[in-house]
Design a protein around this ligand. Sequence first.
Ligand code: MG
Length: 377
Amino acid sequence: MHTAAILVAGGTGSRFGGDLPKQYLPMNGKSVLQATIDKFAAHPRVDDLLVVIAADAELLYQNAVREPRPRFVLGGNSRADSVLAGLRELQKTSPDLVLIHDAARPHISAQQIDAVLDALVNHEGCAPALPIVDAIKKMAPSENKILADADRNDFVRMQTPQGFHFGKLVNANEVATNRQAAHDDISIALMAGMDCITIPGDPANIKITTRDDMSQQTIAISGSGFDVHRICEGKSLFLCGVEIGAGFSLQGHSDADVALHAVTDAILGALAEGDIGDHFPPSDDRWKNTNSRIFLKHAMQLAADKGARMRHVDLTIICERPKVKPYRLAMRECLAEIVDLPLSRVSVKATTTEGLGFTGRGEGIAAQAVVNMELPA
Ligand code: MG
């Protein structure tokens, strides 16, 4: 089976509100068109890839798509004409099957492509479709007047890729009586009496139409951190960036800010970047008496390098003394500034251990932190 795919990128993007057609706009570090191309180029069952672009879009295409670029042909004035230009180009190699896909649907999955191709074993045409979940009404055009109920089970929302037996679709384009009225390629196939079915579509496979659709796809990541420092003689200690004159200190190579260390480790955990000791070994004299804000800022820089963003941090300090409550707001303000969050998303809590264990005996102070972050998908 020789399978070709046509990516239809001929649209003018006039609904988008910008100068550039939407398939040429950047999303997650590459153009929408490049993202769509990558999905089809990586699919093992797609042997040939052709992009149909608007007549004046050659330079846009060169700028938006990196080498090795799929070959392209210039489209026509309508979607139907653009697809026809692609089919004519493919007639030179005459594939068995053809997939026709909107270039502005970059979230197409390999599974969806497989499912369309699988359906073509027994049918001449196939497209993914989604059920309608909202109530459907028949309307009077331009009057906003509701005329009657309609049964939503009679309708579906069509997606792409739409797949066809290549020769049958070429023939359908020749015999279809009203090609220009076709909304999609299934329309043309139906005009020619082809046997077409739908398969369940994928809600994630949206067609990018508005700026909201461009919003970055992210995944949620989280990390936890835990740290302990021993109490020692001294005048004051640092807790979450705030110096507290407690009449004792915390022992450590750096300033021993156990709370900031726990938050730093939580961020490193979310990024799967090891722990604070990997980045700032106690054996390295550079970090002697260091202000622990530097550790936290380093972790935030690592996050920024990966495009990760902080969403929420929750810190718990575990000790009998000092009493944390009088310093809690100052601690939240310090943490909020370093991790660049509003106060409403920075939590600092404290607890004792009821006199039990090393914290209860006043031998050390412990801290634990949980961070939630988002990472580009
Ligand atoms: Mg530590």
